[in-house]
Design a protein around this ligand. Structure first.
Ligand code: ZN
Length: 460
């Protein structure tokens, strides 16, 4: 098989049940529907961990967050650097002659210091290695200062403090908008999270490297709070600065919103998703224009879900394992799939993504991946279930482990050695039985052994 190019697009905090492809009532991803006949859709794909900084080690290096190490000795928010023994998707592809490009959408959780630039030829992270300068001199200076400031903060404060700063900046901005009747969406040039610029960058790299195998990864923040969907793709234009402020505060404090504001938040979220998919459409259009669609595999996913008070909480606190937090969309466009969208119910984990993508792009193997490839599902060679257990773990503190098996989820708190309960087929949390607990502990012991064996094999 000839090598295929690879495009990976991730949308932060996108939950699959808000996509039309997964049965949602709104046209949130209609932008890419012309390309669905070449797509495989995984109905039961799971993140390995959350939030963002914990999710990506599995997504881009098929490893688990606890295997990561500290960036600095005094780091409060620990274990953010990819383990040295792991191999990133870019490193594997680079070794096989690919030109690799990554644009993190300037995420402050996916930096080169953490190892996300490993194997990447063109990397744009927090500190704007893209060379795209801000609009004017003052913007450039404030922007550079803010970025440097936030970058340094990555390694010092507690997550609670980071969340507080985030909320406070949002609150201040929207309060000033209310007072001055302004529409400022950025604070001190920090935002810069224009998904249009991300797409532009990716499309330029695709064009430049069209005659050699290439890998392009882009990360979008359109479905992540604060939500400001592009006006042409928004589902409502009735959201005021006061709404934005109250929504931000409710999410930060984990308190309910009234019905009207709750609906506005859902409208904003759906509009954000729709905006992101119009950007993804631009990438598809670029591939089509350059006659690369039948030479390229395109994968679309997110890093974790996003709760919208379905079970009385917002976003993704680390001790909840309801589907809205842990399920991710996974859509793979592959030239060998022609009668799609092909729906797959087999549970898969983000751990499986890297080995699958390298196999899908030219039968490449990556021995350092801890996950297992689901590539055979896509090209129809092997319809059997390969993965009987899906594991998730959050680092807290306190730490939690979740096992998904036989359409049930068992949640265990590792720090207190207690069982939180079992989610049944309808996602209701019920108490575990003694036999559930014995079975879980037995499987967990085996799983931990497998992890230890894997590390030992590659660690020098
Ligand atoms: Zn995230």
């Amino acid at each position: 098989m000839k090598k295929l190019n690879l495009v990976l697009l991730t949308i932060d905090a996108l939950r699959p049940d808000h996509l039309t492809t997964y049965g949602y009532h709104r046209p949130t991803n209609e932008a890419i529907s012309p390309f669905e006949k070449n797509m495989v859709v995984f109905r039961n794909a799971y993140t390995y961990s959350f939030p963002t900084v914990r999710a990506f080690p599995a997504l881009l290096a098929s490893t688990w967050p606890d295997a990561c190490s500290n960036e600095t000795a005094w780091q409060y928010f620990k274990k953010t650097r990819l383990p040295k023994w792991s191999q990133t998707l870019s490193e594997t592809l680079k070794q096989n002659g690919y030109h690799c490009t990554s644009h993190t959408g300037w995420s402050n959780f996916l930096t080169s210091g953490q190892g996300y630039a490993r194997g990447v030829d063109d990397f744009v992270g927090m500190l704007r290695q893209d060379g795209v300068s801000a609009k004017n001199g003052i913007d450039q200076i404030t922007s550079a200062m803010w970025r440097r400031f936030i970058y340094s903060f990555r390694y010092f404060p507690s997550m609670n403090f980071v969340n507080f700063l985030d909320w406070f900046a949002h609150w201040m901005r929207e309060s000033l908008n209310i007072i001055f009747k302004a529409e400022v969406k950025e604070v001190g040039g920090v935002s810069g999270r224009s998904s249009e610029v991300v797409t532009q960058y990716l499309n330029e790299r695709i064009k430049t490297h069209q005659y050699e195998p290439f890998f392009v990864w882009g990360h979008y923040h359109d479905a992540h709070v604060p939500l400001y969907p592009s006006p042409e793709h928004a589902f409502t234009d009735k959201v005021t600065s006061r709404d934005h402020r109250e929504i931000g505060t409710a999410i930060y404090r984990q308190t309910p919103l009234n019905a009207e504001r709750h609906q506005k938040l859902i409208d904003l979220y759906d509009g954000g998703i729709r905006s992101a998919f119009y950007q993804i459409r631009r990438v598809f259009d670029q591939l089509k224009t350059l006659n690369l669609l039948d030479k390229t595999c395109v994968a679309i996913s997110s890093d974790h879900g996003c709760a919208l008070w379905d079970h009385q909480y917002w976003s993704y606190p680390e001790h909840y394992f309801y589907n809205e937090s842990i399920k991710v969309p996974l859509l793979i466009h592959h030239p060998q799939v022609t009668q799609g969208p092909k729906m797959i119910d087999t549970p898969v984990s983000h751990l499986d993504l890297t080995p699958s993508l390298v196999e899908l792009c030219g039968n490449l193997k990556d021995e350092r991946s801890f996950g297992s490839s689901f590539a055979p599902f896509l090209i129809g060679k092997n319809p059997l279930i390969s993965r009987e257990e899906v594991w998730l773990e959050t680092l807290g503190p306190p730490r939690y482990t979740c096992l998904i098996k036989d359409e049930e989820k068992i949640v265990f708190c590792n720090s207190t050695k207690t069982f939180i309960g079992k989610h049944d087929g309808t996602d209701q949390l019920i108490p575990t039985t003694r036999s559930d607990e014995i079975k879980f502990l037995d499987l967990l012991a085996k799983y931990e052994k497998e992890k230890a064996k894997h590390v030992k094999q590659f660690q020098r």
